[in-house]
Design a protein around this ligand. Sequence first.
Ligand code: T3D
Length: 261
Amino acid sequence: MAYQWLLIENLDQVTTIALNRPQNLNALTDELLEELQRAFREVERDPATRVVVLTGQGRGFCSGQDLKAFGGEPGDRDIGHHLDRFYHPLMQRIYRLEKPTIAMVNGVAAGAGMSLALACDMRVASSQARFSQAFVKIGLVPDSGSSYFLPRLIGESRALEMALTGAMVDAETALRWGLVNRLTTPENLVEETRRLAHQLASGAPLAEAWIKREIRHGATHPLEEALECEKDFQILAAATEDHQSAVQAFFDKTPPVFRGR
Ligand code: T3D
């Protein structure tokens, strides 16, 4: 089905989803959020997609909730319902996608736009990327997963600094803080992201899906439970054809080919 607010491209098993409202730095309307939900549902099921890249058209990544769509009197909006309906299912879907996800952060990522980047597994940033927990600047609190993702990525103290000040964090600082995995020039952003995406796309898909679950579990559970979780996934992984054939490829001194079986 066609999309009005997204550009979607599949190249060599990597699907790139680009938010496409460049005139307002890809601010999120209900229509765009609905399309994003649908796109992530589709890539989840699509056998031709092994890795998903999320980015923005134009000079911004995403400026968060479209403030012009607020309308009406302050207090008229049922913000709880809005979050439940549009943001919560989307962030959970991205975070739990059983395929690797990369946010290719081309420009500013603010408010829920930053949450979108945080919900991805990794972030590759251009030197023009900037990050702001902009919520406080309009008297709101972090939502759409930022309070969950951010302290886990950069620690409580820096997360609080970002959330309390709403200050813009530049790409260099983001790299230093561990907010982004890689930093490159604007000219090399696509190439650098593609290199990482293709490396992941040629990996073992079942192992990658289980690794996502195992690492997230390990981050929030005691060692004893992490060891049990690792064992459960390792039993599954060891039984795959991909594991058997990769071990054989190692002895044959040939590159492994993973088929997701
Ligand atoms: O509703 C709910 O369920 C609650 C959910 C809330 C989640 C949230 O995301 S709250 C936070 C919302 N986002 C913001 O508060 C950020 C607002 N934007 C900015 O602070 C700045 O635009 C930026 C720091 C992101 C970028 O600044 P700059 O100087 O590079 O660009 P600009 O000139 O401000 O913006 C360019 C255009 O985009 C401009 O339009 P114009 O004047 O040329 O017609 C601007 O109005 C528009 N724009 C930017 N952000 C938004 C936006 N339009 C609507 N909504 C936006 N969020």
